[in-house]
Design a protein around this ligand. Structure first.
Ligand SMILES: C[S@@+](CC[C@H](N)C(=O)[O-])C[C@H]1O[C@@H](n2cnc3c(N)ncnc32)[C@H](O)[C@@H]1O
Length: 247
C-alpha cells in the first residue's frame, strides 16, 4: 500500500470511528473533565479568545464558552460539528463557534488567540508526522505572544497502548507499513503515541518560553493544589498528560 493511500485509509478509519453513535454521545455532553477545569482555572486567568483544535462536538468549547471565553472550535468531522452547532443552539450561547475544517488547513489571523487547547489527545489521531507538525505550527502561529497552549498526550509507556503496539502492529499490510509509535487497534482506530523526543522536538522547534507537564491522575488526587513535574514525568505511565506551554 502506497504512503498516500495508507494516510487516506487511516483518515477514513478515524473519521468513521468518531462518527459512531456511542462516540458522538460521549463527546457531545458539554463539560470539562475535572483536570481540564483545574488547569484552565490555573492558567487561563483572563477571559480571552480560545482556539479549540479538533473540538469534536464542542464538548469543551461550550463549557469554556459558559465560563465567559470566546471560543472557536475546528473539527474535520461533519457529524460532530453538526452536533456541536445543535448543542450551541440548545445552550443559547453566542460566544462559541464550531467550524468544519481540517486542522491542517486552519488559516486564522496571526497571533489572534489568547489560548489554544488540543484536548483528549487529538493530535494522536493525525496520521503522519508532517501533518501533526503542520497542525501544531498553525496553532502556534495563531497564538498571541505570552499566550498559553494546552495539549494532551498519552505517555509513550502507557501500558495498554504500548503492549498492544507490540502485539498488534505486525498483522497486515496496512499495519506493517506504520511508523514508529503508530498503532492501529482492530482496524478501527489509529493512534500515534508520540515518543518523548517527538514531543520535545515540537516544543523546542517552536521556542516556547515555558512548559509544565501535569499527569492526569495526580491532579485528581490533590484538590486544588496542582503539583507539576518536568521532563521525568514523561516516563511515567499515567493515563495521559497535560502539556502547558507559554509562547
Ligand atoms: C478524541 S476526539 C476529541 C474531541 C474533543 N477535542 C474533545 O475533547 O471532546 C478527536 C477529534 O479529532 C478530530 N480530528 C481528527 N483528525 C482531524 C483533523 N485532521 N482536523 C480536525 N479534526 C480532526 C476528530 O474528528 C475528533 O473529533
Amino acid at each position: 500500500m502506497k504512503n498516500k493511500e495508507q494516510t487516506k485509509e487511516i483518515e477514513r478509519l478515524v473519521y468513521n470511528y468518531f462518527s459512531s453513535k456511542k462516540i458522538i454521545e460521549f463527546y457531545s455532553r458539554p463539560r470539562l473533565h475535572t483536570t481540564e477545569g483545574k488547569i484552565i482555572g490555573k492558567f487561563f486567568k483572563k477571559r480571552g479568545k480560545i482556539l479549540d483544535v479538533c473540538c469534536g462536538a464542542a464538548r469543551a468549547s461550550i463549557a469554556l464558552g459558559k465560563r465567559g471565553f470566546k471560543v472557536y472550535g475546528v473539527d474535520i468531522n461533519k457529524i460532530l460539528i453538526k452536533k456541536g452547532i445543535e448543542n450551541i443552539k440548545k445552550e443559547k450561547i453566542n460566544n462559541v463557534k464550531c467550524i468544519l475544517m481540517n486542522a491542517k488547513d486552519m488559516e486564522f489571523k496571526k497571533e489572534s488567540f489568547d489560548y489554544v487547547v488540543i484536548f483528549e489527545n487529538s493530535l494522536e489521531h493525525i496520521p503522519k508526522k508532517v501533518n501533526r507538525f503542520l497542525i501544531f505550527k498553525k496553532a502556534y502561529t495563531s497564538l498571541k505572544k505570552g499566550g498559553i497552549m494546552i495539549v494532551t498526550f498519552h505517555p509513550f509507556l502507557y501500558p495498554p497502548i504500548f503492549l498492544r503496539a507490540i502485539f498488534f502492529n505486525f498483522m497486515d499490510k496496512l499495519r506493517r507499513k506504520l511508523k514508529f509509535g503508530d498503532i492501529l487497534f482492530y482496524n478501527k482506530i489509529y493512534y500515534h503515541i508520540f515518543p518523548s523526543w517527538e514531543k520535545i522536538l515540537l516544543i523546542k522547534m517552536f521556542k516556547f518560553k515555558f512548559f509544565r507537564i501535569f499527569p492526569h491522575n495526580v491532579l485528581y488526587t490533590r484538590n486544588n493544589k496542582i503539583p507539576y513535574r518536568k521532563f521525568y514525568m514523561m516516563l511515567f505511565p499515567f493515563i495521559y498528560q497535560y502539556w502547558v506551554l507559554r509562547k
